[in-house]
Design a protein around this ligand. Structure first.
Ligand SMILES: NC(=O)c1ccc[n+]([C@@H]2O[C@H](COP(=O)([O-])OP(=O)(O)OC[C@H]3O[C@@H](n4cnc5c(N)ncnc54)[C@H](OP(=O)(O)O)[C@@H]3O)[C@@H](O)[C@H]2O)c1
Length: 293
């Protein structure tokens, strides 16, 4: 039995972390090698399977540019984030291979202050969140063995994300304004990759594969402002002297994001025996990874 795992979207923030986590077990495909926009993208999966059979697929590929998504052609957005994941799940069902897929806290509207549970009613505020929700439904409508991990605020020391953006700005600007009324858990991609792989292994070891949606993000909570302050406290080359809290409504930008992005990860802890480190430990781990580059 093979222990190889196919990773789609291998060049993204999470895709890279998954490949690093899996090491030689990873067989990765980039967007160029397997483009969800191509009607024949499943041919690439067939070819990869013929070349080297795999025991599971982890899909880290997605249209993730949340602001651009507002003006994106809805056919493109839905093709990448919903239709292709659904077709992927059908492929997995036909081949008896489990699928791991990622979704987002942005499927919720962010009201209240309680952490969202998996069976709370989604109501996305933006086009990206809506496309990810349709993707979840396309997968759960199949009979595939699947794990859909809703996660939040993913970052690493590379790629375009809040951490890399803040770090660059902190080396340029003496003062920064950061939103302080959206609350969630910044999730280090390395920790998410480790958690997702451990959860997949736990699921594959169970007599009945526990298909479903699971929340999986770092422990604890903060605002973007709190996250930025924690980054600044760890920076040694910053010229930034102050970070000012601002309300999301006063921040330039056209995309509405949820105010309450807290996710309750109790279901993954109980059913898949996976518990994520705190977001502060994630940030320390990210600085550890950055120092190795
Ligand atoms: N980042 C977050 O804050 C966050 C939060 C919650 C959930 N998620 C979810 O986590 C997963 C991983 O996201 P990430 O943070 O790693 O994002 P990312 O760094 O933007 O990676 C996305 C990957 O998808 C690839 N991709 C884009 N269009 C594609 C297409 N048409 N066909 C195949 N691949 C395509 C990209 O290819 P290129 O490298 O060529 O662009 C990239 O490698 C996604 O499902 C995302 O929705 C992310």
């Amino acid at each position: 039995m093979t222990d190889t795992i196919l990773v789609l979207g291998k060049d993204g923030i999470l895709g890279q972390a998954l490949c690093a986590q899996l090491g030689p077990r990873a067989q990765g495909l980039s967007r160029t090698e397997c483009d969800f926009m191509a009607v024949s993208f499943l041919d690439s999966i067939d070819q990869a399977f013929m070349k080297k059979p795999f025991a599971a697929i982890i899909n880290a590929g997605a249209y993730t540019r949340v602001d651009d998504a507002e003006n994106e052609d809805s056919g493109t957005l839905l093709r990448v984030n919903a239709v292709a994941p659904g077709e992927l799940a059908h492929w997995c069902e036909r081949h008896g291979i489990p699928l791991v897929h990622f979704s987002t806290d942005y499927v919720f509207d962010g009201h209240g202050s309680s952490p969202w549970k998996e069976d709370d009613t989604p109501a996305p505020l933006n086009a990206y969140g809506m496309s990810k929700l349709v993707g979840e439904r396309a997968i759960t409508a199949t009979k595939s063995a699947h794990l859909i991990f809703r996660t939040s605020w993913v970052y690493a020391d590379h790629g375009r994300n809040f951490f890399t953006t803040m770090r660059a700005l902190m080396r340029e600007k003496e003062s920064l304004s950061v939103v302080d009324d959206q609350i969630g858990a910044p999730t280090f991609a390395g920790h998410l990759a480790a958690g997702a792989v451990a959860a997949l292994e736990a699921a594959m070891g169970q007599a009945a594969f526990p298909s479903g949606i699971y929340h999986l993000c770092s422990g604890g909570e903060t605002s973007w402002y709190g996250f930025a302050k924690a980054i600044l406290a760890r920076e040694t080359e910053a010229v930034c002297r102050e970070i000012l809290p601002v309300a999301a409504k006063d921040y330039p930008g056209k995309t509405t994001r949820p105010q309450n992005s807290r996710l309750d990860c109790g279901k993954a802890r109980l059913a898949l025996h996976v518990a994520m480190p705190s977001w502060e430990d994630g940030l320390d781990a990210c600085y550890g990874a950055a120092s190795l580059r």
